[in-house]
Design a binder for this molecule. Structure first.
Ligand code: ADQ
Length: 736
């Protein structure tokens, strides 16, 4: 309340000050104008009086003077007129003189007006007569005082009304716009500190920035609390798991404070224009999901293609912007590509050539000379961008990502032999025969072997790579150390199974019913698919398995619903467009076959959903279906297992994913085998709670231990052991 009183009193005082100053100046002005008007009339009358008095006074006609004075007084209505002789006596007068005296003699013939010594208040105008006498006219000045008083009275009432209004409005605003939202905010923050950011914050615009800061703070506190609990748990168990904090310390220690530089085609944040405003998007990309937590933890620079249509608007003169936008932790350096470069290097060589080449998914690779030229040019462009970033940084740690940059390690190493360079290949590596169809296989292998450390997800991909090198290039393979020595440089080839960060979601998981309602669906058992729409992900096969499951188990009609969150991907490539159409067609066909007016078995949610949104589905679905035909790792499987669920879920996982090597308690399927995949679906929905729990907690343990921070730590360890610039720069292999 004290603030309300202070606010109201201050406002009233301010209003009183302003109002008084204004009334004062009005009153002064009014007094001046009215006095001037009175003096003007007085001056005219004084002159008339003098003109008429001069001949009468010269004749000594006092009676005439008295008549004339009386006439003028009646006509012009002054309070008094008087004609004084040179002896100072009133020769004639009319009206109330009230002790008026003859003015002192003056040489100035002009009439003069002045206030009378009063009371009563009056203005007296006088003018000298040639014989030494004088004439005087007295006007009543009381109306002037009355008018000024009236102005002050009005001012007072106005101020009083204003003050009452100010007090009322202040009370209203403080009560409803400040105290009420503050009360709500306090209640919400109490809940926040007890339960985490479960309920939506108060909607008051005034407190919105505070609310988002509070959510962030609560999240931080929640994470810190969880990390502390985890630490305590692990101390208790005598082990230690990897966390962002631990990785940060570890990287600083191992790299001796040298910064990390990531090069990836895909940027972690895109700035795009939506309805005149700039928005930030996080792409649906396994690479970003995996690598971003590393830079968040350790800081550094991420060099990537600036692909958002508003990307150029937010960068500085060096094409950099700090991200994440809500809490900047590292630099994003954008590289600009022309349409020809993007078409040739990205869509062409990378995604129509290398992508199908490395995945056994029966899509024929296309290798075009022009695409290869653009691939080389784009690698050169990224090399230049990175070299300018690492200029002056001794022994920088460079983490190159993926098949878009096979040539980059060599380019970097040639320009900066002191750099510690790794290349992580996020997709499978095929056998030597399959890779052999690439017309530029030698150049690609040579470029990759510029790296000090070459990473794949699983040992099998490493073996395929080493065999490919063995058959293609002059080099010495060390099968004990898993390294390739070529032209005096050694490259360590190791598996680093990528993973995900622990889930940050808190509070109660959303209910299935709410999510289905939002998606316009019905059902009580939810199976979920989350993918970029890519032919390697086996989405069409998954739909066939859903169809077969319903065909064989009609008891689930009306109860089972399959929800696919499909992010459109690489849609300028015809094969991807066709796949999008095929998925929609298949979903329609299955829905037409089994659906009713109130239920349909397949719900396609096509679009790039926010991370939060995907996590909500992970937390609510009963079953997650990952049916890739071939996949380096597949982080959807790991995200599902890592999600903050209260109840165990069931994961159906293709045996052709890297993840299947670690998540052995998933229901492992061959996605080409529709019959068995449908059987796995039945097993998943009918699994006994105890079995479900057993499988789930075993998979949770794997993901908790083998999280993304451990992945980063292992890669950084090996990179830190490199002796850069030396002939044998590969790290010493360690038994693990
Ligand atoms: P991707 O082929 O992109 O990654 P994946 O590992 O499954 O495949 O990661 C996909 C990511 O995109 C996940 O984080 C997922 O949540 C997200 N995502 C998918 N659909 C989405 C949607 N509709 N909306 C929003 N987000 C969506 C490549 C390789 C993989 C390897 C990763 C990491 O192909 O084998 O696991 O790199 O190395």
């Amino acid at each position: 309340m004290r603030i309300t009183v202070r606010l109201a009193v201050s406002l009233v005082l301010a209003a009183a000050g302003v109002s008084s100053a204004w009334t004062y100046s009005q009153a002064r002005r009014e007094r001046r104008l009215l006095t001037q008007e009175l003096d003007r009339r007085g001056t005219i009358l004084t002159e008339t009086l003098r003109e008429l008095a001069v001949p009468l006074a010269a004749r000594g006609d006092d009676a005439g003077l008295a008549r004339m004075a009386g006439r003028l007084a009646r006509r012009e209505k002054p309070r008094a007129v008087a004609i004084f002789g040179k002896d100072g006596r009133a020769a004639a007068s009319a009206g109330a003189l009230d002790g008026l005296l003859a003015p002192p003699p003056t040489a100035d013939p002009e009439p003069r007006c002045a206030a009378s010594a009063g009371p009563p208040a009056a203005r007296v105008c006088t003018a000298p007569l040639p014989d030494g006498g004088a004439v005087s006219v007295v006007y009543d000045a009381a109306p002037i005082d009355a008018r000024v008083r009236e102005l002050w009275t009005h001012g007072f009432w106005r101020l009083l009304v204003q003050s009452l209004l100010i007090v009322a409005i202040t009370l209203w605003i403080v009560r409803w716009d400040l105290l009420a939202p503050l009360d709500q905010m306090a209640a919400w923050m109490r809940q926040l500190s007890a339960e985490g950011p479960a309920s939506a914050p108060p909607t008051s615009t005034l407190l919105r920035p505070l609310a988002s800061e509070a959510v962030r703070l609560a999240k931080r506190l929640g994470e810190a609390r969880a990390a502390a609990e985890e630490e305590a748990r692990l101390r208790h168990q005598g082990q230690s798991t990897w966390t962002a904090e631990r990785l940060k310390e570890h990287a600083r220690d191992r790299l001796q404070g040298r910064p990390i530089f990531v090069v990836a085609n895909r940027e972690p944040y895109l700035h795009v224009r939506r309805g005149g405003k700039i928005e930030v998007l996080q792409p649906a990309s396994g690479l970003v999901t995996g690598v971003e937590p590393i830079l968040r933890a350790c800081g550094g620079t991420w060099v990537a293609h600036g692909a958002g249509d508003a990307d150029r608007e937010v960068v500085d003169a060096l094409d950099r912007v700090r991200v994440p936008p809500e809490e900047p932790l590292y630099e994003l350096k954008r590289v600009w590509l022309t349409k020809e470069e993007e078409d040739g290097y990205y869509f062409g060589f990378s995604n129509e050539g290398l992508w199908p080449l490395c995945h056994i998914a029966h899509a024929r690779p296309s290798f075009r000379a022009e695409d290869w030229r653009q691939y080389q040019a784009a690698n050169r462009k990224f090399a230049e961008a990175l070299l300018s970033e690492i200029e002056g940084v001794p022994e920088p740690a460079v983490l190159i990502q993926d098949y878009h940059f096979a040539l980059l390690p060599r380019m970097i190493k040639e320009a900066r032999p002191d750099a510690r360079v790794s290349l992580f290949w996020h997709i499978p590596w095929p056998n030597p025969e399959a890779f052999g169809i690439c017309p530029w296989q030698r150049d690609i292998l040579d470029g990759m072997l510029g790296a000090d450390v070459l990473g794949f997800h699983i040992q099998n991909h490493c073996n395929n790579f080493l065999e490919t090198v063995d058959r293609t290039l002059e080099s010495r393979i060390d099968w004990e150390r898993f390294s390739v020595r070529r032209a005096g440089h050694e490259t360590l080839v190791r598996p680093y199974p990528i993973s995900v960060a622990p889930s940050e979601a808190t509070g109660k998981p959303p209910s299935k019913a709410d999510l289905l309602k939002e998606a316009g669906a019905t059902g009580s058992i939810v199976a979920l698919g989350v993918d970029r729409i890519d032919y390697t992900k086996g989405i069409a096969e998954r739909l066939l398995a859903v169809e077969r499951f319903l065909e064989k188990n009609p008891a689930y009609l009306g109860r089972f619903v399959f929800v696919e969150l499909g992010a459109p991907s690489r849609t300028t490539i015809p094969r991807y467009r066709e796949l999008g159409e095929e998925v929609a067609r298949e979903a329609d066909r299955i829905n037409a076959r089994f659906g009713t007016r109130s239920w349909k078995p397949v719900v396609l949610q096509i679009g790039q959903h926010a991370r939060r949104e995907v996590e909500r589905w992970y937390r609510a679905a009963d079953v997650c279906l990952v049916t890739s035909l071939h996949d380096g790792m597949n982080l959807v499987a790991k995200e599902f297992v890592a999600s903050a669920r209260e109840e165990p879920g069931v994961l159906i996982l293709s045996r052709f994913t890297g993840a299947a090597r670690e998540l052995r308690d998933a229901l492992i399927v061959n996605p080409y085998d529709i019959e068995r995949t449908a059987g796995a679906l039945l097993e998943a929905v009918e699994m006994e709670p105890a079995e479900r729990e057993r499988r789930w907690s075993s998979m949770r343990e794997v993901i908790r231990e083998h999280n993304i921070y451990r992945w980063g730590a292992r890669l950084i360890d090996d990179l830190a052991r490199v002796r850069p610039g030396s002939a044998s720069s590969a790290p010493q292999a360690e038994a693990r």
